[in-house]
Design a protein around this ligand. Structure first.
Ligand code: PMP
Length: 359
């Protein structure tokens, strides 16, 4: 018997389901605005198209439609957020009851999942990735740990800081097992560098899946703060009610719309291809160095590198004017640094600094 899958908002915080959305000023660009207590004049040197004296359009329709097209989803499955960070925060607040519910993460992974949970008063369960098997996702261990109070299960793919992809088959099996119990949140911040399809294509058949995308990485818009939640329309409708009405700054909205024009998207594609080539160059050079124990295979725009002496490597990079990320506090990464793939010139400078004295 095939029961109709439950709507995922059945596991949202009951009090959140009862919250009324803020009744923001009506959005009608055809009328002059004397209803939002704004100033009628622009501030001096305001370079925006719309005027920063005006509140921005909540969930701007044009932007939602462009992102829906970019990610090949209906607009009803799209929420635009101030970076993925806001998306993680909203999901945590919507689904986790303080002192009762939990999120599940697989460390080493992106830090904000646990931070958002703590701020909300939710617990954090950890099932480490299996370092001995290339940071393999331990599906049986995750499922064994998923008590009924676990509401969000994060899958970071490619994972930060290890760089590996979690296979789509694992995501499907995880989501199927958790349907009716917990949302599976796949964070695809780096997916453009992986050259594989997004898990968002699974959404029509897997309503308990949530996919997070961002323009911070491949699109070069980290400073604009623009992320997207792709999820079942009920989840999006719930998040729309609790997201701040003016969460996206007008200057960011305009910058994003420009970046999504076809000619600029073509430049993005070329840059992603360049980063992929440079990732291979950097990997090969570092693998040849006696200072390097190993370079983990990466599907992202960074490399996790294990050094014989990470402090020496860190200091040499700094001396060459390059900051790399020290990730040694995680037990499985005791000798590792995370290195972002830069321009060809930066990568060569890094290679000569790290492989100093080697021919
Ligand atoms: N997810 C992952 C895996 C990340 O590494 C980062 C940023 N480092 C984010 C999300 C946050 O991205 P955003 O800039 O969209 O908030």
């Amino acid at each position: 018997m095939n029961a109709k899958p439950l709507s995922p908002i059945g596991i949202a915080r009951p009090d959140i389901l009862r919250v009324d959305a803020y009744d923001h000023a009506a959005w009608d660009p055809t009328l002059e605005r004397l209803h939002a207590n704004e100033l009628p004049w622009r501030s001096s040197e305001d370079v925006s198209e719309a005027g920063l004296n005006r509140y921005p359009e909540p969930q701007p329709r044009d932007l939602v439609e462009q992102l829906a097209r970019l990610y090949e989803q209906p607009a009803s499955n799209v929420l635009v957020t101030r970076g993925s960070d806001e998306a993680i925060d909203l999901l945590t607040r919507a689904f986790c009851r303080a002192g009762v519910d939990q999120v599940l993460i697989c460390p080493p992974t992106f830090g904000m999942y646990a931070v958002a949970a703590r701020i909300q008063g939710a617990g954090v369960l950890r099932v480490p990735l299996d370092a001995a098997r290339g940071f393999h996702y331990d599906l049986p261990a995750v499922l064994a740990k998923c008590a009924p109070t676990v509401k969000l299960v994060y899958v970071c793919s490619p994972n930060n800081p290890t760089g590996n992809l979690i296979p789509e088959e694992t995501i499907v099996r995880l989501t199927e097992a958790l349907t009716g119990r917990a949302l599976v949140v796949v964070d695809e911040a780096y997916i453009e560098f992986a050259g594989v399809p997004s898990s968002a294509r699974l959404l029509p058949r897997h309503p308990w899946l949530v996919v997070l995308r961002t323009l911070s990485k491949a699109y070069g818009l980290a400073g604009a703060r623009c992320g997207t939640v792709l999820a079942h329309a009920d989840v999006i409708a719930l998040l729309r009610r609790i997201v701040e009405p003016y969460n996206l700054a007008q200057l960011s909205v305009e910058a994003v719309l420009r970046a999504l024009r076809p000619k600029n998207r073509a430049i993005t594609d070329e840059r992603v291809a360049l980063i992929q080539r440079e990732r291979a160059v950097l990997t090969a050079a570092l693998c040849r160095s006696s200072a390097v124990i190993r370079v983990w295979p990466s599907a992202a725009n960074f490399l996790l590198v294990e050094f014989t002496s990470p402090q020496v490597a860190f200091d040499r990079a700094c001396a060459a004017g390059l900051l790399v990320r020290d990730v040694r506090r995680h037990p499985d990464l005791a000798r590792a640094l995370r290195i972002t793939v830069g321009t060809p010139e930066q990568n060569r400078r890094l290679i000569s600094a790290l492989c100093m004295g080697e021919t």
